[in-house]
Design a protein. Structure first.
Length: 181
């Protein structure tokens, strides 16, 4: 009888944690979309986006290297400013190579986000020790939830980047139309 009660208590704890994760995803989505509106879709909004992870953002440049754009929650001065493609062990390059699949590093995950034909971004999430422990243990009851949280965060990031890119394109077209007249 005691074992059944312990199992039920554990299941309740897992369910509560899952509820917190899903609620956080919804809250972050709402907060980030509201921030875009409040900031008039200004490009600096990327640095201020709210997620449950610290993050860094890299963009593929014309030299076929990834260059650092911005980050939140991590020491900007410690981030690599240029990442050349020859560094195959780098999680940013692996995300580029995996084309749509999440690349796992030692304490980070990264995913390529193709914004347009010419604009490729890699978002890198920096994980806590607890996140790493959960992800490294397939039998952990929160392993699946942790993976969903990561993918949801990356998808939210993707949505925000697409919105920002679309607004920037519209602004550029409007500026071009003003110059024609």
């Amino acid at each position: 009888m005691k074992t059944v009660m312990e199992e039920l208590e554990q299941a309740l704890k897992v369910t509560q944690k899952e509820k917190e994760v899903y609620s956080s995803i919804v809250r972050n989505s709402q907060r980030n979309m509201q921030m875009f509106v409040d900031k008039d879709f200004h490009s600096d909004v990327l640095r201020e986006m709210n997620f449950d992870y610290d993050y860094s953002v890299y963009q593929l440049n014309r030299k076929n290297e990834y260059e650092y754009l911005t980050s939140s929650g991590v020491n900007e001065h410690l981030m690599e400013k240029q990442i050349i493609m020859k560094e195959k062990s780098n999680v940013i390059n692996r995300a580029h190579t995996y084309k749509g699949k999440t690349a796992f590093g030692e304490s980070t995950v990264a995913k390529l986000i193709p914004i347009s034909l010419n604009k490729k971004i890699v978002v890198q999430l920096h994980l806590s020790d607890e996140d790493i422990e959960i992800l490294n243990n397939e039998l952990h009851e929160l392993n699946k939830t942790a993976k969903i949280k990561i993918e949801s965060t990356i998808n939210l990031f993707w949505t925000c980047l697409l919105i920002q890119h679309s607004v920037d394109e519209i602004k550029n077209r409007l500026k071009g139309a003003e110059n024609v007249e």
